[in-house]
Design a protein around this ligand. Sequence first.
Ligand code: NAD
Ligand code: AHE
Ligand code: ZN
Length: 374
Amino acid sequence: MKTRAAVAFEAGKPLEIVEVDLEGPKAGEVLVEIKATGICHTDEFTLSGADPEGLFPAILGHEGAGVVVDVGPGVTTVKKGDHVIPLYTPECRECPSCLSRKTNLCTAIRATQGQGVMPDGTSRFSLDGKPIHHYMGCSTFSNFTVLPEIAVAKVNPDAPFDKICYIGCGVTTGIGAVINTAKVEIGSTAAVFGLGGIGLNVIQGLRLAGADMIIGVDINNDKKEWGERFGMTHFINPTEVDDVVAEIVNMTKRGADQIGGADYTFDCTGNVTVMRQALESCHRGWGESIIIGVAGAGQEISTRPFQLVTGRVWKGTAFGGARGRTDVPKIVDWYVDGKIEIDPMITHKLTLDEINKGFDLMHEGKSIRAVVEF
Ligand code: NAD
Ligand code: AHE
Ligand code: ZN
């Protein structure tokens, strides 16, 4: 079949809207009509050329929602008409990682996913007979896409696509980092670095978890109001203070020994200098810093080992530690039941033809989430 898609032909160039060829689903695969897709900073990261796994030409996008329109042989868990969210972190429930119960990082199809192809080693997308790469196993910047059955979560059909697409990455990543990865306790103190599409969801996760003090850090002062809307209690613009780490340590001093530092910190910027600040803002003895941001090829993190010797913990999280087929339907229900907010964070709605504007808005710091509706 033919489908309209935004194709990334080259790193650093705007996406081009073209009609591409799409082969139908093979065994264990499903054809999904994407109804809406968010634009995440990770799409921008790959388009910029900074992603070591970046391949071109490719159809980017990994934060979508849509309807199953066809299934290949052997598919048993979803059927035509089901509403689904594509999963860049699948859940096969059979691989050693899934069975370990220690991680959400299913390994069933990770190798081919990184090569921009389906599990059989080929692409379903092509243009003029030449293959176009899939992206993160999702390619939601296409009106129709093919996904492995293990990479779709069946969700509540009453939920609006233009909002729940965000659960395909940003919402789940932010809230999941708090609940699944950090396992934040009631009364905790926390600092969130970077108040964009991910950081604001970390803040709403911290509010859900019952954190007492939620410090937001962003170089853009417009983000103060945004953070407060979702539960942030204090704001720091690091460009307006001498030392953001000292500032956080001072603000969080408590107890007879007056030792400061947050119980939990989160990097939602992808900047390795900020990652160090986040680690060093943690409380001596137990503070945990969770890296969510994705850093470019060649970038490395560093700190004095003494920071870890004295009990601070550095962790990372992908997709908020969520097991997609199990957890994503629950998060959709939380949204439908009013337990979490999404609507105010969808700041812009675009057509596929306007998708490059979504990247511009992100660069200008004007959007939280721009969503493309098909
Ligand atoms: P975004 O562009 O919406 O937000 C980034 C925010 O960081 C902006 O508000 C910006 O002003 C702020 N910022 C930039 N430099 C800063 C600095 N030096 N100090 C403090 N704040 C600073 O991006 P997003 O969609 O929220 O994504 C954030 C990061 O998370 C990206 O690196 C993205 O690739 C990554 N990400 C990771 C996962 C995962 O599973 N680990 C999932 C989604 C996104
Ligand atoms: N390809 C990059 C890493 C990109 C990355 O870390 N991706 C996150 C999801 S970001 C979603 O917006 C992820 O899930 N990572 C785990 C995985 O298996 O990819 C690189 O550096 O090579
Ligand atoms: Zn993402």
